[in-house]
Design a protein around this ligand. Structure first.
Ligand SMILES: Nc1ncnc2c1ncn2[C@@H]1O[C@H](COP(=O)(O)OP(=O)(O)OP(=O)(O)O)[C@@H](O)[C@H]1O
Ligand SMILES: [Mg+2]
Length: 414
């Protein structure tokens, strides 16, 4: 009976949480249940259906939702599940206590369909172990990987805070300095991971969290992605998989030899979104977004947000070059430019990249538009002064000539 009561409470709360009924309707239902308990005891969902607050199919859905979240985690040995933290496109994340160390952790549980692909499972363990070896203040620490009751799970550091996605979804446009501070921390996380042979493959606002102290934490490092994700995204029109706003062209093409430059692209697209308030390529359909990543020219960020410095815009454009050869070669190069721009200096690495790509295009026989010569402001000022002096001298000369002519005419007539 007490079990029934707690189950009713969970179901009732979930119904309110999902907006199926109001808080008051739930209270009413509990009252009604109590009233009936003497003569004809009845479970809460039945009362709610009787009162017309829920339909029976809504009750069925609520029950299966509860089953889904209850059944799975109880089977993970060594951890005590406290509650659900969130749900992404492919997994559910729970808050839990690691019993041995008496600390709070986050556990990501993968759906069973992942188990059906042995290749994926092997990669999941391999990358999970590699990630657990990383140790960096800007990376959500991977703690453990395992399998229980047919589910594979990934245990990680619990981050109390929010993600960049939360801010963007609320309509925030980051200032250049604020965005630089965040992007620099992610670039440091990538530098550490790449130097240890790990590529993230899914750098995006949802995977960049900020904890209560303001420290940036890159999440899901080492969480192997399914290679078929891209195909699935193309087919499912964004229903089951997030629309690929931040994915690199080489990942879209399904190339196998992905390297750190794919993460630099993902971070560049995230940076773009942060400072312009827009994703780099917009379309209704995921395949159109992907086509644009492959072919459409990027609108420079400073054309959208004119308050951005030239330098930051250039850095983002190099990060998001379609050909990875034209991007920063690695996170170190990127960090050099990010730090330079933050200090108000020029992004020299980006300039080098630009020169090299011009040369390559020339070698390819392609036409290269010549950049306007940079104008030296001091030279320009001197030229203007010179023009003014010449003009004044000409005026004086003209006045003297006119004066002379008048004098001549006067003396002739006299
Ligand atoms: N280490 C963590 N600490 C605290 N909360 C977390 C942690 N990792 C994930 N979460 C929460 O769980 C939610 C689901 O995470 P998950 O990685 O499954 O999906 P996502 O990154 O939000 O989106 P997608 O599935 O589209 O990649 C996140 O939005 C976040 O709120
Ligand atoms: Mg995530």
């Amino acid at each position: 009976m007490s079990n029934d009561t707690s189950y009713d409470t969970v179901l009732g709360k979930l119904a309110v949480e999902l907006g199926l009924c109001t808080e008051d309707e739930l209270k009413n239902s509990f009252k009604e249940q109590l009233a009936r308990s003497g003569v004809n005891p009845v479970v809460l969902p039945n009362v709610m259906v009787d009162l017309g607050y829920l339909t029976s199919s809504q009750v069925d859905r609520l029950k299966s939702k509860i089953k889904e979240t209850r059944g799975v985690p109880e089977q993970i040995p060594g951890y005590h599940i406290i509650g659900k933290l969130g749900k992404g496109a492919m997994a559910v994340v729970y808050k839990a206590k690691q019993i041995s160390l008496d600390r709070i952790v986050a556990i990501k549980i993968l759906p069973k369909r992942f188990t059906e692909n042995p290749e994926y499972v092997t990669r999941f363990y391999k990358e999970g172990k590699a990630a657990a070896k990383l140790n960096h203040n800007n990376i959500v620490q991977a703690i453990d990987v395992g399998e229980a009751g047919g589910y594979h799970y990934f245990v990680m550091e619990y981050v109390e805070g929010k993600s960049i996605y939360d801010d963007l979804a609320a309509g925030k446009v980051f200032s250049e300095q604020e965005a630089l501070d965040i992007v620099i921390q992610v670039a440091k996380a990538l530098e550490h991971a790449h130097n240890n042979g790990l590529i993230h493959r899914d750098v995006k606002p949802k995977n960049i969290m900020i904890n209560k102290e303001g420290v940036v934490k890159l999440a899901d490092m080492g969480l192997a992605r399914e290679t078929s994700d891209i195909e699935a995204a193309k087919n499912e029109a964004g229903r089951a998989y997030g629309t690929p706003y931040y994915i690199s062209p080489e990942q879209i093409r399904g190339e196998i030899d992905i390297d750190g430059r794919a993460d630099i692209y993902g971070l560049g697209a995230t940076f773009y979104h942060m400072v312009t308030g827009r994703v780099p390529f917009v379309a209704d359909d995921p395949s159109d977004v992907m086509r644009k990543h492959l072919r459409e020219e990027l609108v420079p960020p400073d054309h959208i947000n004119t308050s951005l410095s030239n330098g930051v815009s250039e850095v983002i454009e190099v990060m998001m070059a379609k050909r990875r050869e034209e991007r920063y070669n690695n996170a170190e190069e990127l960090l050099a430019d990010l730090n330079a721009v933050r200090a108000g200096q020029l992004p020299l690495q980006a300039h080098d990249k630009f020169d090299v790509s011009m040369l390559e295009k020339l070698e390819d026989g392609g036409e290269v538009q010549k950049m306007p010569e940079s104008i030296d402001i001091e030279q320009e000022k001197a030229l203007t002064n010179y023009r003014i002096v010449i003009l004044m001298l000409s005026l004086v000369a003209a006045a003297s000539i006119i004066g002379l002519i008048i004098l001549t005419i006067k003396s002739c007539s006299a």
